[in-house]
Design a protein around this ligand. Structure first.
Ligand code: NAD
Ligand code: TYD
Length: 341
């Protein structure tokens, strides 16, 4: 692959995308980034405040939809590569209404792939999730050859986009790689996902809704480690390959919640056991040895170190999350949880 100088990032105003932009501007001095984001409820320009000035000429923002074929074809033709984050990303929202997940995750990805073809092909990194593999029992871990078996409308829409990327590689020889990662946590995560919801609710002395018995297991990775993995996949990944990333940090949800309460010195009486998620995947675990072997990637922090940094970030950025926890977020929250006390 020829060296990438100009990179189009989709969904860069969201959680992982904004961390990726910060990390890339800091660690890859030669790269110029354009961020295309339509600013849904999950997109927040505060995540990127000051970057245009701090990295003059290296970062710009375009407000637009990945389903806008004219705009995306132009932006792709102006760049050497695409890193595609833009998506609807919350499982619970997909249970309430799957339509936008198909529109953005499936159709939006197709629009980008068509744009990449139209300009003669470009390097394309498709950021996907371990959830496309479905759920595990108490043993084992997902490898890149685990069959795709999505269980939620969210993971089905991501699996659909993965299959389109695979088909464009096979049919059109597009130079694309797919990354599949476990659950991320860190700064700028929208407080509808487990870790930021629990931290911010605890800080406000509000109930902490734990689904079912809280025994479901997730593997947690610090977001910057995932971002470095995506960069390695962009720089050194082999076209047509899939790379798994994970944090080697499996935890029961209840253990994560207890750790947060302990760190914040808040009482366990804040925990509320609520109705389980429909079709709740039992356990995710990732075998990331291929990325370690072929991309030289390693996670840099333990779960405990990453959580310490993350909790401190939410303590230091109260205005950020307080602003987010209003408006559209509140509407969704009350529709989903009712009025738990
Ligand atoms: P997020 O919901 O925080 O951000 C999504 C971003 O995409 C937002 O900025 C939003 O405005 C933008 N967007 C949505 N629809 C768009 C459209 N039609 N056009 C342009 N922009 C649009 O998501 P995230 O947690 O940062 O996840 C990013 C990617 O990583 C997703 O593809 C997700 O499937 C994948 N992923 C996430 C995790 C995780 O733990 N969060 C783990 C593995 C993979
Ligand atoms: P989430 O952060 O939504 O990520 P995902 O569903 O993609 O893994 O949820 C992580 C785990 O936490 C999952 O098992 C569901 C559980 N959970 C709760 O128990 N309570 C909550 O309020 C949320 C949002 C999640």
């Amino acid at each position: 692959m020829s060296k990438v100088q100009k990179l189009l990032v989709t969904g860069g105003a969201g959680f992982i995308g904004s961390n990726f932009i910060h990390h890339t501007l800091k660690s890859r001095a030669g790269l110029i980034l354009t961020n295309l984001d339509s600013l849904t409820y999950a997109g927040n320009l505060r995540n990127l405040e000051g970057l245009e000035k701090q990295y003059q000429g290296r970062y710009s923002f375009v407000k637009g939809d990945i389903n806008d074929a004219t705009l995306t074809a132009r932006l792709i033709s102006e760049n050497d590569a695409v890193v595609h984050f833009a998506a609807e990303s919350h499982v619970d929202r997909s249970i309430l209404d799957a339509a936008t997940f198909i529109e953005t995750n499936v159709k939006g990805t197709l629009t980008l792939l068509n744009g990449a073809l139209a300009c003669g092909g470009c390097r394309f990194v498709h950021v996907s999730t371990d959830e496309v593999y479905g759920a595990l029992g108490d043993e084992g871990a997902f490898t890149e050859s685990t069959p795709i078996a999505p269980n939620s409308p969210y993971s089905a829409s991501k699996a659909g986009s993965d299959m389109l990327v695979r088909a464009f590689v096979h049919t059109h020889h597009l130079d694309a790689v797919i990354t599949r990662c476990s659950n991320n946590y860190g700064p700028y995560q929208f407080p509808e996902k487990l870790i930021p919801l629990m931290i911010t609710n605890a800080l406000e002395d509000k109930p902490l809704p734990v689904y079912g018995k809280g025994h479901n297991v997730r593997d947690w990775i610090y977001v910057v480690d995932h971002c470095e993995g995506i960069l390695r996949a962009l720089e050194a990944g082999k076209g047509g390959e899939v790379y798994n990333f994970g944090g080697r940090s499996e935890r029961k949800n209840l253990d994560v919640v207890h750790a947060i309460l302990k760190a914040l010195k808040k009482p366990e009486s804040l925990i509320r056991y609520v109705e389980d998620r429909k079709g709740h995947d039992w356990r995710y675990a990732i075998d990331c040895r291929k990325a370690e072997r072929e991309l030289g990637w390693r996670q840099s922090v333990t779960f405990e170190q990453g959580m310490e940094t993350t909790i401190k970030w939410y303590l230091d950025h109260k205005p950020w999350w307080q602003e987010v926890k209003t408006g559209a977020y509140r509407d969704f929250y009350s529709r989903y949880y009712g009025d738990i006390k």
